[in-house]
Each structure stands twice: as C-alpha cells, then as structure tokens.
Write a protein that binds this ligand. Structure first.
Ligand code: ZN
Length: 161
C-alpha cells in the first residue's frame, strides 16, 4: 500500500460511501494507521491510498486514534483559525490554511457504530483536512493562486530530483 501524491487523478475524485464494514475494511484501517505512523502524519484518507471510499483515520498526540466512516460535517463555527498544514500526499509542502475553529462531525466508527463529535483545535483541523480528501480536494486548493503556483513549482522540482 502506497501513498498517492499530487498529480495522481484518484486524489481528485469524490469518494463513495462505505456500504459494509467487513474484515477487508478492518484490515485496511489497520494498514492506514501503520502508514500514518510510518509517515509521521496525523491523518490519512482512503483516496490517499487509492481507496475511493468515505473513510479516514486520525491520530494526533494526546488523543485516541480515531476512525471516521461516512463522515458528515454537520456544523462549523463562523470563527476561523489560520494554521500551518501539510499532507502526506504533498510531501515537503507546508502552508497556512484558514478553516473553521470548531466543528461537529457525525460518522461511524470502525465497528459501524454512529457517533457525534464536537472538535476544536488540531483535531477539528485534521478532520476538515481529511474530509476534503473525500471530496477530491487538497489543502493547497484553499490557498491563493500565486501560492499554489509556487507550491507546484517547488513540488515539480522535488519530483524531478
Ligand atoms: Zn492530506
């Protein structure tokens, strides 16, 4: 299992709902956490490993590892926060992104049980970033055109090196 990087078309497609939480998916979830740990990341979404399903995993310091299946962001605060983001699919690129400070999300956990979570801080940030992946969006889409150009130039250079 490999992490797809910027330029791969699968990262730009909208993911489908998960219909069944079976042993295959359970195995995939475990692998996703392994990839996340190896990559020293905080979140990983299905499309990043070529799985076009609405699922992502989050693992941040001082919190339990969390699985979100078929997540829906039901509330976002009008108050926003600027914070530096990176992405395992866009290695070496970091940029400030403005996002809602607080969110409420509903999803199924790895056992298929529904839960509602109010999140703020880093957790809200990571959930919104990962949710974007399910919509075929990347964090760099939220930056100015000039910034995006600089990132693409830098990334191309890296890819060629
Ligand atoms: Zn990402």
């Amino acid at each position: 299992m490999q992490i797809l990087t910027l330029g791969n078309e699968l990262l730009r497609q909208k993911a489908d709902k998960v219909n069944k939480i079976d042993t295959d998916l359970t195995k995939t979830i475990q692998q996703m956490f392994t990839i996340l740990k190896d990559g020293k990341g905080v979140g990983l979404a299905g499309p990043q490993i070529g799985l076009l399903k609405r699922i992502f995993v989050v693992s941040i310091a001082d919190d339990i590892p969390r699985v979100f299946i078929n997540p829906v962001i039901i509330e976002t605060s009008t108050e926003t926060l600027k914070y530096e983001e990176g992405c395992l699919s866009i290695p070496g690129v970091w940029a400030d992104v403005i996002r809602p400070k607080q969110i409420t999300v509903q999803a199924l956990n790895e056992k298929g049980r529904p839960f509602t979570l109010e999140a703020g801080g880093i957790l809200a940030r990571v959930i919104l970033h990962e949710y974007d992946h399910l919509e075929g969006k990347l964090f760099i889409d939220r930056l100015s055109e000039a910034k995006q150009k600089r990132i693409f130039a830098k990334f191309d250079k890296k890819a060629k090196a």
